[in-house]
Design a protein around this ligand. Structure first.
Ligand SMILES: [Zn+2]
Length: 231
């Protein structure tokens, strides 16, 4: 079974997976590069050894080192089609959200302020994803999880009942929860995406924020969804 290393920065996680291929899921914020290099070195991996970089969604705390790592490794970058304009730098990130007060407040702040912590270089994506694909060489299925961003993707290792879920499930302080609402665009899609994960029979989920979820990850999410959304 491929070995997964959680690389935790101040707030977010990215993951190194080492097996027949070495690849990263997400790349953390731009300031986390040293942590990534350290984690790679501890596993005997050089940035040039990376064959793939899988992006769960476009936010800067997940794509902050993508441009550099892509340049250094030539790794194949895959990401959700709807998030690609943001990842490649063609569109600026959406700041704030209509879904709650903090989101609306963030949306009203001058972009000079909000963009100062959102800056990262655009990076080219090799393969756009819609969900439903398989990445055969890595033994992964792709599942679309819109709601936090339009092109959010989950990478699912069905054989081992585990998945990289991006921000669709957070696990701050060991408590399963939604993505950060003030940085999301659709509560309806979040609910649908969380229900998909609840029904996926996963033992472990590897979230973008907080500790690894599991064992019994899908059941934990199902219990949360019932409490939060009913049924
Ligand atoms: Zn995010």
């Amino acid at each position: 079974m491929d070995e997964i290393t959680r690389i935790a920065s101040l707030i977010e996680n990215c993951y190194l997976v080492k097996g027949d291929h070495c690849y990263l899921v997400d790349t953390s914020n731009p300031k986390a590069r040293k942590r990534i290099d350290k984690a790679l070195a501890e596993r005997g991996v050089k940035p040039q050894d990376l064959t793939h970089i899988l992006i769960t969604h476009y936010h800067v705390d997940h794509t902050g080192n993508l441009a550099d790592l892509k340049r250094e490794s030539g790794a194949a970058v895959v990401a959700g089609a709807a998030d690609i304009p943001y990842i490649e730098g063609e569109k600026p990130p959406e700041i704030g959200s209509d879904l709650n007060r903090i989101g609306r407040l963030l949306g009203k702040l001058p972009r000079s302020i909000t963009m100062s912590y959102q800056k990262c270089d655009g990076a080219p994506v090799d393969t756009p994803l819609e969900g439903g694909e398989t990445i055969a060489e890595l033994g992964l299925e792709v599942m679309a999880l819109p709601g936090h961003t339009p092109g959010g993707m989950c990478f699912l290792d069905r054989a081992n009942r585990r998945a990289f879920v991006g921000d669709m499930v957070s696990n701050y302080f060991g408590r399963v929860g939604t993505p950060t609402i003030c940085a999301s665009y659709s509560l309806e899609y979040i609910e649908a995406s969380m229900r998909k994960l609840a029904e996926s029979g996963l033992e472990y989920m590897y979230p973008g924020h907080g500790r690894i979820i599991g064992p019994g990850a899908s059941e934990l999410v199902a219990a949360y969804v019932r409490k939060r959304f009913g049924r």
